[in-house]
Unconditional design. Structure first.
Lengths: 377, 287
């Protein structure tokens, strides 16, 4: 390259660097902007893409409703959607981008516990409130002052499951959990809760999230002859494992947790999933909400996280109205004082000192012929 | 009882990886590079099966035939348009490896765009894949038929290799491709055919996986690791090496799961590969 060419190139590089520094240094979200920007981060690709897209639709509906009613503080809300592929690493990048580039005032996310735990330190450091609509790992309670969630911690879910199993005479249980934050959290919580409830764990096993072959593990579990298998797995693993367990002719009760609310699992398994049960946080869906979701998605598909995502948007809006400001720290303070009623997630919601909901109401769902429905107890 | 069930799993997984390693070994021995586009043929075979059987509702055996022909064509076309051009420029095997990796990544991405990133299952309903009871233990029908088909394929290919002209040509090219050309063996034609049959093996593997556990675009690379380990451990230069390597891999994996738990499954192929490379890099079987 000629000498002049090189000089021109370096000048361009220098200009780009200087411009970059100037843009990066514009501090804080522009509070006098025309719209209020909220960030959404969720698993739009990957194992839980169905859940992520479902939640994205719910958020869209909530935002439309708020904007139609005049927005917040006189401004319209704008949501910036980012994908975290259910991993902490991708989530951290997504949240960084939302905070630094899009200058969002609050973040709604994530669904996967692993993703939320990866994102929380960044939101906390940037002093941007983050409200998770589906992450249940117990350690999120200690993730930071700016970290909230409108779904309860798995300590409660595991306890509820343990007590249900013991009450129904399933006292010998084999544990099969996926190796990620959600699965590990449930493994630990269930082990403690089940022992306290008086049951015995005959076998514990964990598997990689992308494992496809559970056959040998299932053979071992079948040989240990448990009454039930507490199986904490995400969509892909659950479909394969339940199918393989049916092939083996296993009669133990398969019992799962909230991630089993992904409708894709039961629609893929069909009759192979019959009889599987799982705990999930109850929802308070209104017919209007269900109709809007059906219209937006084009099909009858509602995963519980979406109800909580919808509520999450409304809760953030209420906090902003209460604080009468879109300043992130003001929103955070207002969230602690917010009491939200009439949501489609929980009937009423307020946050405790850790940013967790103060109450937890679980239901048990049972799968039959491609659908999971609430079991009347 | 458990032992018999695990034994059946070893047989079915072993035959599966033998098939994969066999097809992979063809291109490894003749063109002397690790063809990662083999993973692409795997995906193409599986997704095409979904396309033919589910989207177009073609009769199952016909759909199967079309899928494996498509995957064979896929590798054949890769050779014609990509690898042959590189070989003509005297590209080193590292360059071919990188090119094949590029092909795999591009293929995965395109298939991901068309079929989505969530698992794609080939059977219409998962309960369609029935089970076969063998003396008290069960295998699902696709695993059962795989054992039979893989066995037939291995026998066919070994016959082809040792008793046909084409087989002799492949062996000559594996030995020394320049001399083979001098002696009058149609190198280009033979290698294109080798890529085609290599693609068939990968495609069949993809179909089986689509029936059993569903496919995601990332599966291509995921299944290349055990395939490569099986081929290398068994002996890169030997026809039977891939089969031996596959069974060693599967046996060690199943024993590890049985005694230590599923968490260690991912480490097993790596561990075997590293030990083998230290002890005997050329693999167990020489020829």
């Amino acid at each position: 390259m000629s000498k002049t060419g090189k000089i021109v190139l370096w000048v361009i590089v220098l200009i780009l660097i200087v411009w970059g520094i100037v843009v990066m240094n514009k501090k804080g979200p522009a509070e006098d902007a025309l719209t209020i920007k909220i960030g959404f981060v969720g698993p739009l690709t990957g194992d839980l893409a169905n859940m992520g897209e479902n939640a994205q639709a719910a958020v869209g509906i909530a935002v439309e409703e708020i904007n139609k009613a005049g927005g917040i503080l006189g401004k319209q809300i704008e949501v910036v959607y980012e994908d975290d592929a259910c991993t902490g690493a991708t989530g951290a990048n997504a949240v960084s981008k939302l905070i630094n580039t899009d200058k969002v005032v609050a973040i709604l996310g994530s669904a996967c516990s692993g993703a939320t735990l990866g994102e929380a330190p960044i939101s906390e450091a940037a002093k941007v409130p983050q409200l998770s609509f589906c992450s249940t790992n117990p350690t999120i309670s200690q993730a930071g002052d700016y970290i909230f969630r409108d779904v309860p911690s798995d300590l409660f879910q595991a306890k509820y499951a343990a007590e249900y199993l013991v009450k129904n005479n399933k006292t010998k249980v084999a544990l099969l959990t996926t190796k990620n934050d959600w699965g590990d959290g449930l493994n630990k919580a269930f082990t403690e809760a089940f022992a306290k409830a008086g049951g015995t764990i005959v076998m514990t096993s964990s598997f990689n999230p992308d494992a496809k072959d559970f056959r040998t593990e299932l053979v071992k579990i079948k040989a240990a002859n448990p009454d039930a298998v507490y199986f904490a797995g995400y969509t892909d693993g659950t479909i394969t494992a339940l199918k393989q367990s049916q092939e083996l002719g296993m009669t133990a009760q398969f019992f799962g947790a909230d991630a089993w609310d992904d409708t894709k699992i039961w629609s893929e398994l069909g009759t192979l999933g019959n009889g599987a049960m799982y705990t999930v946080v109850g929802t308070n869906s209104s017919d209007a909400f269900k109709a809007k979701m059906k219209a937006k998605l084009g099909k009858d598909d509602l995963v519980y996280c979406s109800n909580y995502a919808y509520d999450g948007v409304k809760i953030l809006a209420e906090a902003m109205n209460r604080a009468n400001s879109s300043n992130s720290t003001a929103i955070k303070d207002a969230l602690y004082k917010t009491s939200y009623t009439g949501g489609v997630g929980s009937k009423e919601l307020s946050f405790d000192v850790n940013g967790d909901p103060t109450s937890a109401a679980y239901i048990i769902k049972i799968a039959k012929d491609g659908k999971a429905t609430e079991m009347v107890q | 009882m458990i032992t018999w069930q695990i034994f059946l799993y070893i047989i079915s997984s072993g035959m599966y990886f033998s098939l994969m390693a066999l097809g992979f070994g063809f291109t490894l021995r003749s063109v002397k590079f690790f063809n990662l586009a083999y993973g692409g043929a795997f995906l193409v075979g599986g997704y095409m099966m979904f396309f033919f059987y589910r989207s177009l509702s073609i009769f199952f055996p016909a759909a199967l035939l079309f899928s494996i022909i498509t995957s064979g064509l896929y590798l054949f076309l890769c050779y014609i348009f990509i690898f042959r051009a590189l070989l003509r420029r005297k590209a080193k095997s590292l360059v071919l490896l990188i090119a094949s990796f590029g092909v795999l990544v591009a293929t995965s991405a395109i298939l991901g765009m068309i079929f989505g990133n969530q698992p794609t299952f080939v059977p219409r309903r998962l309960s369609d894949v029935g089970t076969v009871n063998i003396l008290g233990a069960t295998l699902n029908t696709s695993e059962f038929f795989l054992i039979i088909f893989a066995f037939i394929i291995i026998v066919t290919f070994s016959y082809m290799r040792f008793h046909t002209r084409f087989g002799r040509a492949t062996r000559a090219i594996e030995d020394d491709s320049e001399v083979a050309e001098l002696v009058g063996i149609p190198k280009d034609k033979t290698i294109s055919r080798i890529f085609f049959i290599s693609g068939i093996c990968a495609g069949l593997g993809g179909v089986v996986e689509g029936l059993n556990s569903g496919l995601i675009p990332a599966s291509g690379l995921f299944y290349m690791l055990p395939t490569i380990v099986a081929a290398v451990v068994g002996g890169m230069q030997s026809f039977w090496g891939g089969i031996l390597g596959a069974f060693i891999l599967v046996i060690v994996q199943q024993l590890t799961i049985f005694f230590f738990g599923a968490s260690w499954v991912q480490a097993v192929p790596f561990a075997i590969l590293i030990i083998m490379l230290f002890v005997r890099p050329e693999g167990i079987l020489k020829r």
